[in-house]
Design a protein around this ligand. Structure first.
Ligand code: FAD
Length: 373
């Protein structure tokens, strides 16, 4: 049996039985839905070997080929399985630990991610360091065998449910820009860490402010050498921007189908301008799929900026279209947002996180086209 067939059968069985109630839960703008049952599901996936497929077997993975990983993500989306609660661990910090971690760090941190036992969040952005990440001001120093961390992070997705945070901070006093930064792994459940939720446009709170006030982590919980954190942080961003887009596109396909269905119901499909936008949206999604297939390779390169730019701008336009096809009725949110209203509001964030569109264009200009800064 191919991995695709195996995954399809396993997902169908699991999601019609014990875990039928988690089907379709969670996702952008809906992370508040069923966190606990989705965490149980994450552990269930881990036990059956369906998390971290790309990782070496030693850490619970299957050393799966890219084609098999794509097949799994496609089947996962097709089965309407819930949004993963462990995606930051599996997709961002896990690959970074595999690339930069010591043998002890790999043994300590990778298996609990694979099992779904430990969840992570990303502590990069600060009030004065977003696109300009090199302006990070959070600082840390060594004291009695531990790093002591002080500073503020912001927009930290899922910090309120995370066990660990990977924190980019300044460990060389007086250093500037990308020099003197380190990449620390900090436990969240301690008196020196305060998490304060931020309410989003959707009315839900998926990201947070995180305050480190003398938070401690073992001196060994650093990825790469002290002062070399920038290099490690950039590697993580490469994984974030290159995150498996083929699975994501099945979700997009489903959203587009819902927009078309709504257009038929409201009569918006007879409006020539909206018809044109619907057709364009479909065509661009096909192009996105072909491009993603062309770009499949294990190590992300500068082309991930093209992919990020393309999918996020497309998705934001889809959000606008989702709003438009509802007509006037879409302007009223009676008893909460409907799916298309939520899609419209949350898709505004797509062109901001993981590097805004302007930043992706700068990267393409400078690193791919060789244009001046
Ligand atoms: C939904 C969501 C989840 C997030 N999750 C996390 C998380 O888990 N962890 C984390 O650390 N961060 C997270 N972020 C933060 C995200 O990384 C930042 O919002 C992003 O890097 C932009 O930084 P900023 O918000 O400070 O905006 P700014 O950097 O202040 O940018 C403001 C505007 O100026 C433009 N701009 C800035 N610099 C340039 C330039 N050089 N050239 C051209 N235009 C420029 C930007 O494109 C933008 O339009 C999240 C953000 C969102 C929206």
């Amino acid at each position: 049996m191919s991995l695709r067939e195996e995954a399809r059968a396993w997902l169908e069985e699991s999601l019609s039985g014990e875990f039928a109630h988690v089907r379709g839960l969670g996702g952008p703008g809906r992370e508040h839905e069923g966190h606990e049952p989705r965490h149980d599901w994450e552990r269930h996936l881990g036990k059956a070997g369906w998390t971290c497929l790309a990782w070496p077997e030693r850490y619970g993975g299957r050393a799966a080929s890219l084609e098999d990983q794509v097949a799994f993500h496609e089947e996962y989306a097709r089965a309407d399985a819930p949004a993963r609660v462990g995606h930051i661990g599996e997709g961002l910090i896990g690959p970074t630990i595999l690339e930069f971690g010591t043998a002890e760090q790999k043994d300590r941190f990778l298996p609990p991610i694979q099992r779904g036992d430990e969840l992570w969040c990303q502590g990069y952005s600060e009030p004065e360091a977003g696109s300009d990440l090199a302006n990070v001001q959070t600082r840390a120093h060594l004291d009695d065998g531990a790093w002591v961390v002080t500073g503020q992070k912001v927009w930290t997705s899922l910090a309120h449910v995370a066990d660990w945070c990977f924190v980019l901070c300044r460990t060389e006093p007086g250093s500037r820009r990308h020099h003197g930064l380190s990449y620390l792994l900090v436990p969240m459940d301690q008196p020196g860490v305060t998490v304060r939720p931020i309410v989003q446009l959707t009315g839900t709170s998926e990201f947070n402010e995180v305050f480190f006030d003398g938070a401690r982590t073992d001196a060994g919980n650093i990825l790469g050498a002290p002062g070399d954190g920038w290099r490690v942080a950039m590697a993580t961003l490469g994984y974030e921007r290159g995150a498996s887009t083929l699975g994501q596109q099945i979700g997009f396909r489903r959203e587009l189908a819902k927009v078309i269905e709504t257009a038929r119901r409201t009569g918006a499909d007879r409006d020539p301008v909206l018809r044109d936008r619907l057709v364009r949206s479909w065509l661009e999604l096909e192009i996105m799929r072909l491009n993603a297939l062309r770009m499949l390779r294990p190590e992300p390169g500068p082309e991930v900026s093209i992919a990020k730019l393309y999918w996020s701008e497309w998705h934001r336009r889809l959000g606008e279209l989702a709003q438009a096809v509802q007509g006037k009725a879409g302007l009223v949110a009676d008893g909460g947002l409907n799916d298309l209203q939520r899609l419209h509001l949350f898709s505004r964030a797509d062109t901001i996180y993981a590097g805004s569109s302007e930043i992706q264009r700068n990267i393409i200009a400078e690193r791919t086209l060789g244009l001046p800064r």
